[in-house]
Design a protein around this ligand. Structure first.
Ligand SMILES: Cc1cc2nc3c(=O)[nH]c(=O)nc-3n(C[C@H](O)[C@H](O)[C@H](O)COP(=O)(O)O)c2cc1C
Length: 153
């Protein structure tokens, strides 16, 4: 992953696709994703249900995300590993706590009172929830969703 791609991952909501062994797909938004190096990223399981079951039976995943400021859009494919305790779990919790705190600070910028109320409610709920696992994804393939521009002849 390039440095820019790692930043884009960090700053945006990403969509994580998993599937059962029979191939039934499931896709969910993820707010807390973080690339630890150019080959690996971490996500945290706080609310996973079908996603978790799928990850346990089939580690093959895809992640899709778009950055509207940079006009970049990517799909990553890789293999996921679940950590319920230990060094990687603890490290993920620290990274995600810091990231969630930064996201809370950005709530100050919301001007619509209804949206601000909703955002605070979600943020408070997240503070109370205990992460169930860290998920380490080893990235194997990277695709840009933006087609190469072709000059007209
Ligand atoms: C904006 C947004 C961000 C989310 N981020 C996370 C996250 O980082 N971790 C998590 O466990 N769930 C997160 N969720 C919840 C999951 O998207 C999803 O609802 C959950 O995995 C249950 O769906 P499933 O049964 O298909 O797994 C988020 C939801 C939204 C709307």
């Amino acid at each position: 992953m390039s440095a820019e791609l790692m930043e884009i991952l960090d700053e945006n909501i990403v969509y994580l696709a998993t599937s059962t062994t029979e191939g039934k797909p499931n896709v969910v938004p993820i707010g807390l994703a973080h690339a630890t190096n150019d080959e690996e990223l971490l996500i945290v399981d706080v609310l996973f249900n079908k996603t978790r079951k799928n990850l346990e039976e089939n580690p093959e995943v895809a992640i899709s995300f778009t950055d509207m400021k940079r006009l970049q859009s990517y799909q990553l494919k890789g293999r996921a590993e679940i950590f319920k305790s230990g060094e990687i779990y603890e490290k993920t919790l620290d990274i995600m706590k810091e990231k969630a705190e930064r996201q809370r600070e950005s709530l100050e910028e919301i001007t619509d009172p209804e949206v601000s109320k909703r955002a605070r409610k979600i943020s408070e709920m997240h503070k109370r929830l205990k992460p169930k696992a860290a998920v380490l994804i080893k990235v194997e393939e990277i695709y840009s969703h933006i087609p190469e521009s072709k000059e007209r002849e």
